[in-house]
Design a binder for this molecule. Structure first.
Ligand code: SAM
Ligand code: DTB
Ligand code: SF4
Length: 337
């Protein structure tokens, strides 16, 4: 077994020892793990769309979509199919290989599922990989989404088991683990990560990564979100996480889950190009592209294209899948040959 072989027996002490490494050693180790599994010049590009916005009954302290906080967000019902497909076409033509549909639900109602399944099937037929994040799922719902053509399901652990209760009171860590089990059992790929910068300690960041790396299978995608501090949420005035600590978190995620896609997820809008470049060096190899995440901002698409060009990074091509319609326009983010 080499250091780059995925392991499922990580301990918090081992994770903390990685966090404690001198920064150059940590980045070297992360680069070794990254290069054992990926072309470091390629970054996967996903686009997000909020298909149902706001008025969520949950109390997640970071979230602008909770009905409990006054964030000024306008709630919207489930979008019509045609609107979703138009946005997916735009995303594909701008270079995205995966389209992720998010809904501000605690869980989908069974009567909502046919509409979401139609969106999944339509997006898939455009030649995009499909991802959805709809809250907690039953086993049957996970299978119905798989049958519609869903590739990935995003459901985050968000933080360590110990810190979790400070952030969310309306569902438990075990609820999340149960949904993740349904997702895995249905044969869907798992997208699962968390948020940093919520006031948690380094031990909590290590605890989140250990929880992820000791799941029965490493998540295929690991989104690392830096808290977007939204006015009106309980975390609006949270101090910003020290930038090198954020880079360290990415690097430790890369070392602990070497074969997973690590996504530099929410929070890029307030990061310098240099900080993002350090995150790519630390092993991040996926981003959200497009002016908006779900409800908050993301860097301009032109800024991302310029950053990729300056760093010599190209978009990772989507894995071949059928049926796939050809792209109608030149992809703006240059795709790997
Ligand atoms: N309602 C569903 C759920 O919670 O599973 C799906 C949508 S929810 C917005 C998806 C994820 O977005 C959350 O788990 C959280 O990790 C992330 N997120 C939400 N608000 C955020 C914020 N202000 N900053 C960073 N990440 C955030
Ligand atoms: C994830 O881990 N991050 C994305 C995606 N999964 C769904 C969501 C980020 C949301 C940021 C706050 C917002 O735009 O509402
Ligand atoms: Fe609702 Fe998801 Fe936001 Fe929590 S993170 S309040 S479940 S939309």
């Amino acid at each position: 077994m080499t250091e780059a072989t995925p392991r499922h027996d990580w301990t918090r002490e081992q994770a903390l020892a990685l966090f404690d490494l001198p920064f150059p050693d940590l980045l070297f180790r992360a680069q070794q793990a990254h290069r054992a599994h990926f072309d470091p010049g390629q970054v996967q590009v996903s686009t997000l769309l909020s298909i149902k916005t706001g008025a969520c009954p949950e109390d997640c302290a970071y979230c602008p979509q909770s009905a409990r906080y006054r964030t000024g967000l306008k709630a919207e019902r489930l979008l019509p199919l045609e609107d979703v497909l138009a946005r997916a076409r735009q995303a594909r033509d701008a270079g995205a290989s995966r389209f992720c549909m998010g809904a501000a639900w605690r869980n989908p109602r069974d009567k909502d599922l046919p509409q979401v399944a139609a969106m999944v099937a339509g997006v898939k037929a455009l030649g995009l990989e499909t991802c959805a994040t709809l809250g907690m799922l039953t086993g049957e719902q996970a299978k119905a989404l798989r049958d519609a053509g869903l590739d990935y399901y995003n459901h985050n652990l968000d933080t360590s088991p110990e810190f979790y209760g400070e952030i969310i009171g309306t569902r438990t860590y075990d609820d999340r683990l149960e949904t993740l089990a349904h997702v895995r059992d249905a044969g869907l790929k798992t997208c699962c990560g968390g948020i940093v910068g919520m006031g948690e300690s380094r031990a909590d960041r290590a605890g989140l990564l250990v929880a992820l790396a000791t799941l029965p299978a490493h998540p295929d995608s690991v989104p690392i979100n830096r808290l977007v501090r939204v006015a009106g949420t309980p975390l609006a005035d949270q101090a910003e996480l020290e930038p090198f600590e954020f880079v360290r978190t990415i690097a430790v995620a890369r070392i602990m889950m070497p074969a997973s896609m690590v996504r530099l997820s929410a929070g890029r809008e307030t990061m310098s190009d240099e900080l993002q470049a350090l995150c790519f060096l630390a092993g991040a190899n996926s981003i959200f592209h497009g002016d908006k995440l779900l409800t908050t901002g993301n860097p301009d698409t032109a800024a991302d294209e310029a950053l990729f060009a300056r760093l010599g990074i190209v978009a990772m091509p989507a894995p071949a899948q059928a049926p796939a319609s050809g792209r109608t326009c030149h992809a703006d983010i240059t795709e790997a040959a």
